[in-house]
Design a protein around this ligand. Structure first.
Ligand code: CMP
Length: 137
C-alpha cells in the first residue's frame, strides 16, 4: 500500500477546539505526522474550489466551498503502512449518523456535526494525495 496520505482537520473541528483530540487519535492509531500546516482554503484564491474539483457540479458543492473557506484548516501529511486506507478507516463514513452505527470509534462518529461539516478529510488515492501535497504545501 501507499505509505502517505493527506489529512485535513476541517474548519468546524479547528473552530470547535477539536484539533488536539483529533491529533491524539491520529498518533495513537500509529500514524506519523510528517508535515502540518494551518491553511485557510480561501475562495478568492480558488483553493477550496481547486481542492474539491472532482465534486464540482454536485448539489452540495457551493456549500462545501463556503464551509471549507470559513476559517483555518490543519493540513497534514500522514505516514503509515497502507496510509490511504488506514486513514479512511480512522475517519469513518462521511455521514456521522452512519459512522455512529458502523464505526463508533471513528473520528467522524465522535466529532462530525453532519455530512457536510464532518470534521476531517482524507485523500481517496495516491494520485489525490500527491496532488494535494503539491497544491497545499
Ligand atoms: P470529504 O471527504 O472531504 O469529501 C467531500 C466532502 O463533501 C465531504 O467530505 C463532505 O464535507 C461533503 N459532502 C459529501 N457528501 C455530502 C452531502 N450529501 N451533502 C453535503 N455535503 C456532502
Amino acid at each position: 500500500g501507499v505509505i502517505y496520505t493527506v489529512a485535513i482537520i476541517k474548519p468546524d473541528a479547528v473552530a470547535n477546539g477539536r484539533l488536539e483530540d483529533i491529533k491524539q487519535k491520529i498518533t495513537e492509531a500509529g500514524f506519523h505526522i510528517a508535515a502540518e500546516e494551518e491553511k485557510t482554503l480561501t475562495e478568492d484564491q480558488e483553493m477550496a474550489t481547486q481542492f474539491y474539483k472532482d465534486h464540482e457540479g454536485k448539489p452540495f458543492f457551493d456549500q462545501l466551498v463556503n464551509y471549507m473557506s470559513e476559517g483555518p484548516s490543519m493540513v497534514m501529511i500522514l505516514t503509515k503502512e497502507n496510509a490511504v486506507e488506514e486513514w479512511r478507516q480512522l475517519m469513518g463514513p462521511a455521514d456521522p449518523d452512519i459512522a455512529k452505527e458502523s464505526s463508533p470509534d471513528s473520528i467522524r462518529a465522535q466529532f462530525a456535526e453532519d455530512i457536510l461539516r464532518n470534521a476531517v478529510h482524507g485523500s481517496s488515492n495516491k494520485e489525490h494525495a500527491l496532488k494535494s501535497i503539491e497544491y497545499v504545501f
